[in-house]
Design a protein around this ligand. Structure first.
Ligand code: FAD
Length: 262
C-alpha cells in the first residue's frame, strides 16, 4: 500500500504576533512546528503500515527550512520525505497549494491513501486536503478516526456532529485526521539520528508532469486577501455572581429582563 502524508510547517501559534502596521504575521524569530493535526495523519499512516504493510511518504510544500518537519516525520517512522519547493509555488492560496501538492503526488507515483490534517493551525481553512482529493479523483473522507481494510474494501469510522459515521468505500482515498484519531507516537533516538543525515529530495516545477502554471502561485490563486486585522475588544465581560448555580441563573435572568432581552 502506498501512503502519502501531507505535512505543513506552521508557526507555533502560542507565539504568534501580528504586525500592527502591515497587519501580517510576524514570522521572524517565531519557532516553527509540524502542524499538530498532521502528526495525527502521520500516526494513522504508520498504523496502517504496521497492520497492512506498505510505504509511508511524507510530503510538504514550502521553503527549504520546512525540511525540518519532514525530518521529524522520518524520525517518527515515515520511510521517505519530499519537499515541493519552487519560486513558482510562492503566494499560492489553498486552491493553488492543493493543485501543486496533487501534481507532486502524481509525480511520486500511484498511491492508495493520502492523509492530511483536518486543518492547519495558521491558515485554518481545512480546504487543502479535500481539494487534493478533487484534483486526483480520490474518495474524500474527512475527520477519520480509524480505517480497516478488507480485501479491496476500506471501512472508515468518521467523527460527525451527531456521533460516529461508518463509511465503506474503495481505494484510492484521501482522509483527514483530527486529534481524536489517535495519539501520535514519539520519535525513537535511532530514527532521530538517522533523520538528520537523511536525504530529502526536492520537487521543483520542472519535475511536475503536465503542470499548468496558471493554477500556481499568486497569479494562479483565485483568493485575494483584502485586509487582515485583529478584532478590537469592544466591551469587557460581566461576571454574574451568586451563592449557588440557581442563584447565578436567577441573577442572569434578572439582568436579561432588565436589558429587555427576555
Ligand atoms: C492570496 C493568498 C496568498 C498566499 N500566499 C502565501 C505565501 O506566499 N506563503 C505562504 O506560506 N502561504 C501563503 N498563503 C497561505 C496558503 O495559501 C495556505 O497556507 C495554504 O494554502 C494552506 O491552507 P491552510 O493553511 O488553510 O491549510 P488547511 O487547508 O487548513 O490544511 C489542511 C491540511 O492540508 C495539508 N497542507 C496544507 N498546506 C500544506 C503544505 N504547504 N504542504 C503540505 N501539506 C499541506 C496538511 O495536511 C494540513 O493539515 C496565501 C494565501 C492566500 C489566500
Amino acid at each position: 500500500m502506498n501512503i502519502v502524508v501531507c505535512i505543513k510547517q506552521v508557526p507555533d501559534t502560542t507565539e504568534i504576533k501580528i504586525d500592527p502596521v502591515k497587519n501580517t504575521l510576524i514570522r521572524t524569530g517565531v519557532p516553527s512546528i509540524m502542524n499538530p493535526f498532521d502528526k495525527n495523519a502521520l500516526e494513522t499512516a504508520l498504523q496502517l503500515k504496521d497492520q497492512y504493510g506498505g510505504k509511508v511518504t511524507a510530503l510538504c510544500m514550502g521553503l527549504p527550512q520546512a525540511k525540518a518537519v519532514l525530518r521529524e516525520a522520518l524520525s517518527m517512522g515515515a520511510d521517505e520525505a519530499y519537499l515541493a519547493t519552487d519560486r513558482a509555488f510562492g503566494g499560492s492560496d489553498t486552491y493553488a497549494t492543493s493543485y501543486i501538492l496533487s501534481k507532486a503526488i502524481e509525480k511520486l507515483g500511484p498511491f492508495d491513501v493520502i492523509l492530511g490534517g483536518k486543518q492547519a493551525i495558521d491558515g485554518d481553512t481545512g480546504q487543502t486536503a479535500p481539494s487534493i482529493a478533487e484534483h486526483l479523483g480520490a474518495t474524500r473522507l474527512t475527520y477519520v478516526l480509524d480505517l480497516k481494510i478488507e480485501g479491496d474494501k476500506v471501512i472508515a469510522r468518521r467523527q460527525v456532529e451527531e456521533g460516529i459515521e461508518v463509511v465503506e468505500t474503495r481505494f484510492p482515498i484521501l482522509c483527514t485526521a483530527t486529534k481524536e484519531s489517535n495519539k501520535p507516537r514519539y520519535a525513537t533516538v535511532k530514527r532521530k539520528i538517522a533523520s538528520l543525515k537523511a536525504e530529502i529530495p526536492e520537487i521543483h516545477l520542472a519535475d511536475l508532469i503536465d503542470a499548468d502554471t496558471t493554477k500556481m502561485g499568486l497569479k494562479g490563486s483565485p483568493t485575494k486577501v483584502k485586509a487582515t486585522f485583529t478584532p478590537q475588544r469592544t466591551a469587557n465581560g460581566v461576571t454574574i455572581e451568586g451563592n449557588s448555580p440557581i442563584e447565578v441563573a436567577d441573577n442572569l435572568i434578572g439582568k436579561l429582563v432588565d436589558a429587555k432581552v427576555l
